[in-house]
Design a protein around this ligand. Structure first.
Ligand SMILES: Nc1ncnc2c1ncn2[C@@H]1O[C@H](COP(=O)(O)OP(=O)(O)O)[C@@H](O)[C@H]1O
Ligand SMILES: [Mg+2]
Length: 251
C-alpha cells in the first residue's frame, strides 16, 4: 500500500545543511492504522509532509500502491493529494458557512464529481459516523465529537488510499481525543481505510496496529500490536521512556 524506502531529507539554510530524515524505510498494508511517535524535532511532521507530497525530499522512494511519487510534476502531485490522500488537520478546519453535509462533500465539489454519486457517498458516511441527524446543521451548532467525526468523514469522501493526520488530538482533551480515535477505528473497520497518524499521545497510539518510533530522524523501533491494547500501551510507554528526553511535547 504505502512503502517508504531509504528516505533522506535535509533542510538547508545559507551555509548549514541539517539532516532531518536519515534512511527511513517502512511499509504499511491496506487497512492498517499506524502511528508515528518520537520526541519533538525527531522528524515526524517532515515524514508526513514528504508522504503528502507537500515538501520535496533528497533521496529515496515513496510508493503509493506501487507508483512512485518522486519526480512528479506539481499538477500530478496535486491530483494525488486530492484523489488518493485524505487529510485530518489538528483544528479540523470545517468551514463555518457550510452545513455538515456540505463540509463532507467539499473535496468532491473541488474535484467536480457527479452530484448524485457525491450525495450518495456523503449520506453513507453520515450513517457510518452517526451524524445523519445533524447533517443540515452548521459547525457552530454541533459538539466537538461531532465535528471530529465530520472531519474524518470529509477526509474519506474521495475514498482515499491513505489518510494522513498530524497530531489530530494535539489540542484536545481526553474525551475529544477518544472521539477522533473512535472515528479512525470506525473508518478502518467499516471502510478498510488506511490511516497514518503522527501523535505524541501513547494512549491514542495504543489503539493502532503498528507504531513507528522515530529518534533523531531514524527509525528507533517499529512496534506491532500482537497483544491486548493495555499491554501495547505499556510497551509504548516503556519504549518512549528508553528514548529519554522530552516525549510529552505539546507541539
Ligand atoms: N522548513 C524547515 N526549515 C528548516 N528546518 C526545519 C524545517 N521544518 C522542520 N525543521 C527542523 O527539522 C527538525 C524536524 O522537524 P519536524 O519534522 O517538524 O519534527 P517533529 O514533527 O517530530 O517535531 C526540527 O529540528 C526542525 O526544527
Ligand atoms: Mg510535528
Amino acid at each position: 500500500m504505502l512503502q517508504v524506502k531509504n528516505l533522506y531529507k535535509s533542510y538547508r539554510t545559507k551555509d548549514i545543511q541539517y539532516d532531518v530524515l536519515k534512511n527511513v524505510s517502512f511499509k504499511i498494508n491496506k487497512g492498517d492504522f499506524v502511528a508515528v511517535m518520537g520526541s519533538s524535532g525527531s522528524g515526524k511532521t517532515t515524514l508526513l509532509n514528504s508522504i503528502s507530497g507537500f515538501i520535496p525530499f533528497d533521496k529515496g522512494e515513496i510508493l503509493l500502491n506501487e507508483s512512485n511519487i518522486v519526480n512528479l510534476k506539481e499538477k500530478e502531485i496535486a491530483n494525488i493529494r486530492n484523489k488518493k490522500l485524505g487529510f485530518v488537520f489538528q483544528d479540523f478546519m470545517l468551514l463555518d458557512g457550510l452545513t455538515i453535509f456540505e463540509n463532507i462533500c467539499l473535496p468532491q465539489i473541488i474535484s467536480s464529481k457527479n452530484v448524485a454519486s457525491m450525495e450518495a457517498s456523503a449520506n453513507k458516511l453520515c450513517e457510518i459516523f452517526g451524524i445523519s441527524h445533524i447533517k443540515d446543521k452548521y459547525p457552530a451548532e454541533i459538539s466537538g465529537g461531532e465535528k471530529q467525526r465530520t472531519a474524518v468523514a470529509r477526509a474519506l469522501i474521495n475514498n482515499p488510499l491513505l489518510i494522513l493526520a498530524d497530531e489530530p488530538t494535539g489540542n484536545l482533551d481526553s474525551k475529544s481525543s477518544r472521539a477522533v480515535i473512535d472515528a479512525f477505528i470506525r473508518a478502518k473497520n467499516k471502510l478498510s481505510a488506511t490511516i497514518f497518524m503522527v501523535t505524541h499521545d501513547s494512549f491514542s497510539a495504543s489503539f493502532c496496529d503498528k507504531v513507528i518510533v522515530l529518534k533523531d530522524g531514524k527509525i528507533y523501533k517499529e512496534l506491532n500490536k500482537n497483544s491486548t491494547r493495555s499491554e501495547f500501551l505499556d510497551l509504548l510507554l516503556k519504549t518512549l521512556k528508553e528514548l529519554g528526553g522530552d516525549n510529552n511535547d505539546n507541539e
